[in-house]
Design a protein around this ligand. Sequence first.
Ligand code: AMP
Length: 410
Amino acid sequence: MKILVLNCGSSSVKYQLIDIDKNYPLAKGLVSRIGMSEAVLTHKPHDRPEVKITGEIIDHIVAIEYVISILLSPNHGVIKDKSEIGAVGHRVVHGGEKFPESVLINSEVMVELRNCIELAPLHNPHNIRGINACQKILLNIPQVAVFDTAFHQQMPKHAYIYGLPYILYKKHGIRRYGFHGTSHYYVSRRASELLKKPANEVNIITCHLGNGASMAAVKEGISIDTSMGFTPLEGLLMGTRCGDLDPAVILHVMAREELSLQEANTLLNKHSGMQGISGHSSDMRDIIQEAKEGHANSRLALDIYCYRIKKYIGAYAVAMGGMNALVFTAGIGENSPLIRERCCEGLEFLGIELDEGRNEEAIGVEALISKDKSKVKVFAIPTNEELVIAQETKKVLEVNTFLKDIVKGV
Ligand code: AMP
C-alpha cells in the first residue's frame, strides 16, 4: 500500500509518498511560500533528480492539488492513478488528552480536532486546513491523524501537572503535553533495536535538537517525562524560543515594555532563544561559526544551549533510575559533533563516554558514537517522523477494517 504523509504548516506542505510494505519513500517534497506570489514546489522522486517548480499557490487546496499532480506526472511522478494512494497520514501537532493515539478521521474527529485548536493555535489550524483540502481532493481515500503529543500521553501525573491551581487543569487543560512525539518514539525504538533489547527493558534519553528542540525520558518504552510543556515553548533553548523561564519574567517585561499579549507571544516564540541571545541568528551553523570567530554572545548562546541539555540529561537519568542509552537526533543532533561532544562533556560519572573519532565521523548517519567501554551507549540516529506516520496510518486502517469485519460477523 502507498501512503501519502502530509505535514501542513502555515505556508508550507511537506510530503512523502511511502510504500509501506517496503517502508520506503517513493517520492518526497515540499511546497513552500503558500499564499505568496512565488510559491515553490520542490519534488524528489526516489529514482530521479530533484525538480523545482515556481508559481502562484494561493492556499493549501491548490498546494495539495500540485502535489498530487506531480506524483502523477509522466516525467516526475511515481504513480499512474490517484487511486494508488491507499490512505493519507497527517501530522497533527496537538491532540490534547482526547487523542492518546492515532485516529481515523471522520466528522466527529474533526469536531474534536477543532476543539484542540485552542491548545495549539499556531499549529493545529494549518494541520486541519490540510485535512480539509485532502477531503476535497481525494474524496473517499481514508485519512488518519497522527499526533505529536500522543507518545507522551502515558506520562505520570506528577510529571505533567504544573504547580498552579488544579482547577486550571480541569477547566482549561493546563498541563504538560510534550511534542515531537513521533520523533522521540522512532529514535527510542531504533536505539532499543541497536541495543538488541526489547523496548520495555531499556531506559533511553532522546534529544531531538532541531530548530525546535525537546528531550524525553523513555523508561521501558514509555515517555515518562519530556521537556516541552503546555506548548512547544518550554524546556531547552531553541532557535527562536526561550525554553525554561521564570514565569514572573514575562509579567515583568510586559509591564515594563508595555507589551500586548500578541507582542509578548512573539517575543518568546520568535525573538528569543539563540536568536535573542546571539543577536544574529537562530541557525546553529551560524552560531557555531560566529562562536569560532570570537563573537561573545554566540559563545554564550552555545554555552547555555549545551548546559541546559546536560541539566535535562541529569534530571532524566535520575527520573528513570539510570539509563542505557542517550540518543541525538534532528538537524543539530544528527549533524553536529561539536554540540554532541559539549553535551556529553564531564558526564563520565553517569557512564557516558563519547568516542571522539566515532562522533566526528557521524554526520547525518545512524551510528554508535560512544566508546565500547561506555556503560551508556550514545547514538546519533536520523529521525524518521514520516515513516512513523505512515506506519501508524496503516495500523489504524487495519484495526478499523478488523473492527468492521467483527461487526459484520465475518
Ligand atoms: P531541523 O529543524 O531538524 O531541520 O534542524 C535545523 C537546525 O539544524 C538548524 O539550527 C541548523 O543550523 C542545524 N544544523 C543543520 N546542519 C548542521 C550542522 N552540520 N551543524 C550544526 N547544526 C546544523
